[in-house]
Design a protein around this ligand. Structure first.
Ligand SMILES: Cc1cc2nc3c(=O)[nH]c(=O)nc-3n(C[C@H](O)[C@H](O)[C@H](O)COP(=O)(O)OP(=O)(O)OC[C@H]3O[C@@H](n4cnc5c(N)ncnc54)[C@H](O)[C@@H]3O)c2cc1C
Length: 413
């Protein structure tokens, strides 16, 4: 299905700097390579394998990866989750929510380790001859009519014609773009929830039969949610849940809490819930992922003269939407397309990109916030109402209900 091409036919005179070697950074570099723009990626951390927890990747994200020739590789290491089963903490099934079927969109929704997506993209940049410089934390950006310069924490600097801010939710490049265009700095908004999760080798829970369980199931109760599924490629169970916490606790106590203490708290919340939830919590040995969940209010602008934002730097969306990575990949593809169409008129390309992306991304950020509310602790009556709403929605939601999300295609990439 892939239409990947790797050799740029028209080398561009533009030199690009990419800040951030997460998901958006390598994806942007690959699409720039396609249109003949040479880029160097600067990443603040050293490269470490196997970082992060589990990610949802939707058909729209896989479609972009396929255009880079990378979807098949990722699909082999993922778990296909074309619907998510919902039940309440009494074990009552509330219904199945469509999450994107291969038969409808060409690609399914999947659950996959973030590290698989990250490392696949990084490997592809290496194969394309793109340099990633690690240990290069950007402290400051300066731009003039002629050039853009970044200054690193090691005292060095780099200069280019255009710069891509792919530096995630706490973006330094975002601060520059907003200040350059006369807007106030935008701080990420803490959602009140900390995501926790882990991976459990199936050998530790031999009594749980993956074939007897739906691919992914989320249980809702008064103390929040607990979700789990099975990653066949690795013979492991994956699970995630959320803790309500103040921002101070999220960045302090919960991060530093020993695994066994966190597991005790998790068991207190969900230990009486239907099997196999208690068994999975008891089998977890850590280390667990702990991610305070933030999003960012829509930005007034995504670019300055020579600098453009992508991924979480432009629009951090809470993971409840399952679209964070997919949106970052879409951004990279749309930017590549706009730059190809605009040639060296980068300003025109950035305007076209922002216009093409803003409404779609805002819709997903808002839905991510709504879904997060349903994961918070709630009383008996609120739970009862939530169960009824979920049952009605599961009955009412057809496969086509999310065409706008999953059917999105970047033409001509
Ligand atoms: C280590 C890590 C683990 C994650 N794990 C999960 C997970 O388990 N589940 C989930 O849903 N989401 C996770 N995320 C978030 C998810 O990757 C993003 O929401 C999404 O993929 C968007 O990608 P992005 O490239 O815009 O941002 P990110 O993936 O966050 O990448 C941003 C990159 O920029 C780098 N960076 C930041 N500031 C600077 C700077 N000043 N100079 C240079 N480089 C800088 C960061 O180190 C990072 O590598 C994780 C992010 C990171 C960084």
């Amino acid at each position: 299905m892939s239409t990947a091409t790797t050799n740029p036919t028209h080398p561009s005179p533009l030199k690009a700097l990419i800040i951030g070697g997460g998901i958006a950074g390598p994806a942007c570099a690959l699409f720039l390579h396609r249109v003949g723009i040479h880029a160097t990626i600067y990443e603040s951390h050293q490269f470490i394998t196997n970082i992060g927890g589990i990610l949802g990747l939707a058909p729209n994200g896989l479609r972009v990866l396929d255009s880079l020739g990378l979807a098949d590789k990722i699909l082999k290491q993922a778990s296909v989750t074309e619907e998510m089963m919902m039940r309440n903490h009494y074990g009552m099934t509330l219904g199945a929510f469509p999450t994107g079927k291969r038969s409808r969109y060409g690609f399914p929704s999947i659950l996959v380790r973030r590290s698989v997506v990250h490392e696949t993209l990084v490997q592809a940049t290496k194969e394309a001859g793109i340099t990633i410089e690690y240990g290069k934390k950007v402290l400051r950006v300066e731009e003039t009519d002629e050039k853009v310069v970044v200054y690193f924490d090691d005292g060095a600097a780099a200069q280019g014609d255009i710069l891509f801010g792919c530096d995630g939710i706490r973006s330094t490049v975002r601060d520059h773009v907003l200040a350059f265009s006369g807007h106030e700095k935008r701080e990420p908004h803490y959602t009140g929830l900390v995501g926790v999760g882990g991976f459990i080798p199936s050998s530790l829970v031999p009594n749980i039969d993956p074939k007897a369980e739906p691919p992914v199931i989320m249980t809702h109760g008064p103390s929040g949610i607990f979700a789990y599924g099975y990653l066949h490629a690795n013979n492991e169970w994956i699970w995630w849940s959320t803790f309500e916490a103040t921002e101070e606790q999220a960045r302090g106590d919960i991060r530093s809490m020993p695994d066994d203490e966190l597991l005790r708290k998790l068991f207190a919340k969900h230990g009486t819930w239907p099997s196999p939830i208690p068994e999975l919590i008891k089998a977890e040995t850590g280390p667990m992922v702990r991610l305070p969940i933030y999003d960012v209010d829509p930005l007034p602008v995504w670019h300055s003269g020579r600098v453009v934002l992508t991924g979480d730097a432009a629009h951090a969306v809470a993971p409840h939407s399952g679209q964070g990575v997919s949106l970052a990949l879409e951004d990279a593809a749309v930017l590549g397309k706009c730059l190809r169409e605009a040639g060296t008129e980068v300003r025109a390309a950035f305007v076209a990109y922002e216009n093409a992306r803003k409404a779609r991304v805002t819709m997903v950020v808002e839905e991510g916030r709504r879904r997060g509310q349903a994961k918070k602790e709630m009383g008996f009556i609120a739970c009862w109402i939530r169960d009824i709403v979920m049952m009605v929605m599961a009955w009412w939601l057809t496969d086509s209900a999310l065409d706008e999300w999953f059917g999105y295609t970047v033409d001509g990439i």
